[in-house]
Design a protein around this ligand. Sequence first.
Ligand code: MN
Length: 307
Amino acid sequence: MSDLIKQCQLSAASDGPLCQPTPVLQKIPTRIAQIGESLTIRRALPHRERRTIGAWCFLDHFGPLDLKTGEMDIAPHPHIGLQTFTWTLSGEIMHRDSIGSEQIIQPGQINLMTAGKGISHSEESLPDTLLHGVQLWIALPDMVRHMEPQFHHYASVPTFKHNGLTISVLVGEFMGQVAPTKVYSSLISLDIAADSAIDTTLPLDPNFEYGILPLVDQAEIGGEIVTQDSLLYLGKGRTQLHVNLPASSRLLLIGGEPFNEEILIWWNFVARTKEELVAATDAWNEGSAFGKVEGYHAGRLTAPPLT
Ligand code: MN
């Protein structure tokens, strides 16, 4: 994702506020952008008021998009230093990458691509009624960020009922349920769906910082009304969270131990220095790295100049 957004800003984790060591309620407005002809996204991270939550460093909420009139069609583009994490509520997306993966993702499944030292991929929606989901990036810790690229598809994740909620554990551990998703720092992600109107609390880890984004309808979190126009940052130090959810609403919760490495994000790259970003940009545009995505119907993206 993000590949066709014209505005390409260098985002330095150290430019934004650091992890809040105590509970806060900080609303981070999402920015609306368009990818290609028809796909509208709401981008929650990075934002000048909040660069990372744990190692989560990028969050796009895409759709709902009627696939009778629109599509997701993201041509081959490269990544370094991150994992891309895709979760859908409806619709199907075909992923292809330069290590030979070809994988359709359906609702309830996860596609996790670990870029490491470099990979390229394409993403295309398949005809369906609606496309709706999220794509996030996870910054890789320095120790593993030059690893060989990998791709994992998870056909199912732990899902259970709790106090009228249907909770899927996408990453990490929650209430004894452990997601299979392979990540390299202490993280959590949950999909929380309210079967009916629910007023309840969720247990949290006080060592994690958290954020919540409504995906369907809105929610009252810690007494604050949050709509899809905002990501609510919760800070650290909470052992529980009060949520008041309307029937059929759905939330994405992300969190993790504060990621204490200073990262630079530019275009589709996560690095530590500007020189690394320039080298990756040149290597992609010259075709000297990142392999080739087989099976995509058209050409590939060009990296914009890094200024
Ligand atoms: Mn991508």
